[in-house]
Ligand binder design. Structure first.
Ligand code: PEP
Length: 259
């Protein structure tokens, strides 16, 4: 049996924020503040800052990645960016299937699946986002929605491929709303995801896949979330835009590690 230990991870998702100058200022301040943290630190940055920031973060605790990529190798796809371009620019990982991409740009599970396969093929570590809307939650459909998203987004991937993938549970009603999921509720959903992976891909996948929580994470709730058994890390939007709050999230998480 392959043995891969789950490791903790805090990811910043900068969305469409920060110019090159602002990004340089951010990482220059952040690097010394997170050097001693146990969780790995990833920054998902805009395409325009990726190369510069990747150079500045070389040989530090911080890995740089992107927030999206195209599913094709290359071609006539105006305005798109390929995984190979991202990798050459210094990306180590890529977020795929973020709810803003699914909702605003109509990305389906099938498209997400193609993007995941391409990322894995070229050696970019994908972070797959899944999560239900407020209406789906109110109808009691959370598990049904997650099952569909996981089944179709991960279709045809081997359990070896899952070794290089991180899953992020991001309830859509919690993103950018200040309405964080209760740590116990998030734990239940993470546990469900682990059982699902277990069932479909075998115990190894269930036990070793890293699963993050995302949705209005702040310094005040990071510790409690990280204490949950099946939560291996956090995906942070708004609170990752200032060094002050992001550094606190990384360092509070450090004190509440359960893996
Ligand atoms: C996100 O964009 O993935 C996210 C979790 O945002 P926020 O932390 O702002 O809710």
């Amino acid at each position: 049996m392959r043995s891969i230990k789950r490791t903790s991870l805090i990811v910043a998702n900068w969305k469409m924020y920060k110019t090159i100058e602002e990004a340089i200022r951010f990482v220059t301040e952040l690097i010394p503040l997170v050097e001693a943290s146990v969780p790995a630190v990833y920054l998902a940055v805009p395409f325009t800052v990726l190369h510069e920031i990747a150079i500045r973060c070389k040989s530090t605790k911080i890995a740089i990645g992107a927030q999206n990529m195209n599913e094709h190798e290359e071609g006539a796809f105006t305005g798109e960016i390929s995984g190979r371009m991202l990798k050459e620019a210094g990306a180590k990982f890529v977020i795929i299937g973020h709810s803003e991409r699914r909702q605003l740009y109509h990305e389906s599970n099938e498209l997400v699946n193609k993007k995941l396969k391409k990322a894995l093929e070229i050696g970019l570590k994908p972070i797959l986002c899944v999560g239900e809307t407020a209406a789906e939650r109110e109808k009691g459909d959370t598990i049904k929605v997650l099952t569909t998203q996981l089944r179709h987004s991960l279709a045809d991937l081997t359990s070896e491929a899952l070794d290089n993938l991180t899953l992020a549970y991001e309830p859509i009603w919690a993103i950018g709303t200040n309405q964080t999921a209760m740590p116990e509720t998030a734990q239940e959903i993470h546990h469900f995801c682990r059982r699902f992976l277990d069932h479909e891909w075998g115990t190894h996948a269930g036990q070793t896949t890293r699963i993050l929580y995302g949705g209005s994470v702040k310094p005040e709730n990071a510790g409690k979330l990280m204490e949950q058994k099946d939560i291996d890390g956090l995906l942070v939007g708004n609170a990752s835009l200032s060094v002050e709050s992001f550094e606190k999230i990384v360092n509070y998480s450090n004190q509440h590690l359960t893996i």
